[in-house]
Design a protein around this ligand. Structure first.
Ligand SMILES: *[C@@H]1O[C@H](CO)[C@@H](O)[C@H](O)[C@H]1NC(C)=O
Ligand SMILES: *[C@@H]1O[C@H](CO)[C@@H](O)[C@H](O)[C@H]1NC(C)=O
Ligand SMILES: *[C@@H]1O[C@H](CO)[C@@H](O)[C@H](O)[C@H]1NC(C)=O
Ligand SMILES: *[C@@H]1O[C@H](CO)[C@@H](O)[C@H](O)[C@H]1NC(C)=O
Ligand SMILES: *[C@@H]1O[C@H](CO)[C@@H](O)[C@H](O)[C@H]1NC(C)=O
Length: 483
């Protein structure tokens, strides 16, 4: 039917881009500002959460460290200051949907706990899920039945996000949210009633999205799930990390493949090698996970970057591709002979001859990172024309001018550190690269949590100015290509 064949993509390809474009003034949700309480449960069998407890067989060094921790534990218990004993690290297995289009994890909601698949998105800060009343854009999607949860609390407040030409709306509620062995009670999230766009946004088995950015861009004004945990001081290390798989040009890849690992509260050292190159966030961790690009080149030709906010790039696991300013795309094309701008549904993209091998390199800190020919090439038409995985981004004035998504993030180990705020990248280990093998086991949903953040007991008003300054609306650039 279609005048082309997507040779590299054996099935429907879904490209999802989540980025934040304009601003809204929003009501601030203050109830998360009270100090949360941290409770601990006995570890539940099968929960992928690593406690910092001594193991059975200890080496001499480990025994020394264990002995020291015991002293710290006792000091803490009897008036000392160490909180070493309560720190934990959790892991969520990811699934890779539609050959690197989206990466999702299983998240539990409500009482009794029900599991839903949510896209993990470092480019936004709200959590939302298809609600039981969702009438538009939720076909075939598992929905959250609020009235079946004994702990659900309706907030009687509307919630709206804008997706360029599309939008999603619903209302806010609070309930238990559990992921990677951590549980937050009374977590604010949105139940979406309508997702309107020209193409479906949610594809079963995905029911929603969890935002992992900072509170300053939360449309709900509420404290994100991960920040409630971070503020509770429960993490082993002040960071969360991603290892993403790649199946874009892998023969025989199916619509669902293993997606790698999300580590909450630390790193997984089996998934990277060498050092992690950390670069501080210019806004010190208020809004986006965003870094200024230092250098950018195409096939060895340097493209000059301004030393200002036009070089700021959101590092966004919820975006499939790489969005760059129009002026940069124009310059890239001059270095790729035979390239031309796409039309109609490819308007934001550019085409180039498939037989040219394009390599893009850029840096944020001390290391140079490469997007090689196989990731640069998004779609291969039968007439020898290819579509690049870089697209033109013309965002609103307050949002990042670049969005660096999974096209890059699946080639590195990425670490999002909130204290001090920084993003780090490292080389994927052999073990990590081997996860991109067809037919691997999909992650199984885990249930249970050993670290629980209980609801805010005494709300107090704090800093209403910051949140109302930022606020958020989304832009989703979304394309569904079918054979
Ligand atoms: C770290 O990654 C490995 C895969 O290399 C995985 O098997 C393991 O469960 C992960 N560790 C934790 C604590 O999740
Ligand atoms: C829950 O709400 C749905 C509609 O939103 C309704 O059809 C259903 O009967 C309700 N279930 C209970 C147990 O109240
Ligand atoms: C970029 O601009 C800042 C001030 O705006 C300045 O301190 C810094 O040295 C500049 N960097 C370069 C590489 O020019
Ligand atoms: C790519 O193919 C075109 C036409 O098929 C040809 O003119 C060109 O020389 C080729 N380029 C390379 C780098 O092979
Ligand atoms: C190849 O086909 C695509 C898709 O139909 C089209 O957009 C592109 O312009 C064609 N390439 C050339 C060189 O005609």
């Amino acid at each position: 039917m279609a005048p082309w064949t997507a040779r590299r993509l054996p099935h429907a390809l879904v490209l999802l881009v989540l980025a934040i474009l304009s601003t809204h003034t929003l009501a601030l949700d203050v109830s998360d500002d009270a100090v949360d309480n941290v409770a601990r449960r006995s570890p539940v069998l099968g929960v992928p959460l690593q406690r910092r407890n001594p193991r059975r067989h200890l080496t001499e060094d480990e025994y020394g460290a264990w002995a020291q921790r015991q002293v710290e534990y006792l000091r803490a218990k009897y008036g000392g200051t160490s909180s070493e004993d309560k720190r934990a690290i959790g892991t969520a297995g990811l699934a890779n949907q539609n050959t690197d289009s989206t990466f999702y994890a299983s998240v539990g909601f409500g009482t009794p706990l029900e599991q839903y698949n949510l896209i993990l998105d470092t480019g936004s800060a709200d959590t939302w899920i298809a609600g039981a009343d969702c009438t538009t854009g939720c076909d075939g999607v598992k929905r959250f039945a609020a009235n079946a949860s004994s702990t659900f609390r309706d907030q009687n407040r509307p919630f709206t996000v804008h997706y360029g030409s599309a939008s999603a709306r619903g209302s806010l509620g609070r309930d238990v949210v559990q992921m990677a062995g951590f549980e937050v009670q009374d977590q604010l999230f949105a139940l979406v009633e309508s997702v309107t766009s020209n193409k479906p946004l949610l594809h079963s088995p995905v029911s929603g999205l969890m935002g992992l950015a900072f509170r300053g861009i939360a449309a709900s004004g509420g404290m994100p799930f991960w920040l409630r945990l971070a503020n509770g001081g429960v993490f082993d290390r002040p960071m969360m990390s991603f290892c993403l798989t790649r199946f874009l040009d892998v023969d025989g890849a199916s619509a669902l493949e293993p997606g790698g690992y999300f580590t909450l509260g630390g790193v997984n050292s089996s998934l990277y090698s060498g050092d992690i190159d950390f670069v501080p966030l210019p806004d010190e961790g208020q809004t986006y996970w965003e870094l200024p690009l230092k250098t950018f080149s195409v096939n060895g030709a340097t493209i000059p970057l301004a030393n200002d906010s036009t070089s700021d790039a959101a590092i966004d696991t919820g975006t499939t591709l790489i969005g760059a300013p129009t002026a940069i795309i124009d310059q890239m094309m001059t270095h790729i002979p035979g390239s031309f701008s796409g039309q109609d549904e490819y308007e934001a993209y550019f085409m180039y001859p498939c037989n040219s091998s394009v390599q893009v390199q850029f840096s944020f800190g001390s290391r140079l990172w490469t997007v090689g020919p196989r990731d640069f090439k998004l779609i291969e038409f039968s007439n020898g024309t290819c579509v690049s995985s870089f697209f033109r981004l013309s965002p609103g004035s307050s949002s990042p001018k670049w969005i660096i998504g999974d096209t890059f993030l699946k080639t590195v180990y990425s670490v999002f550190q909130y204290d001090p705020p920084a993003i780090g990248f490292a080389t994927l280990s052999k073990t990590a690269l081997e996860l991109s093998t067809v037919g691997g086991e999909l992650p199984r949903p885990s249930q249970g949590a050993s670290v629980v953040i209980t609801g805010a007991s005494s709300p107090r008003i704090a800093h209403p100015v910051l949140s109302s300054l930022f606020g958020l609306s989304f832009f989703i650039f979304y394309i569904l290509l079918t054979l």
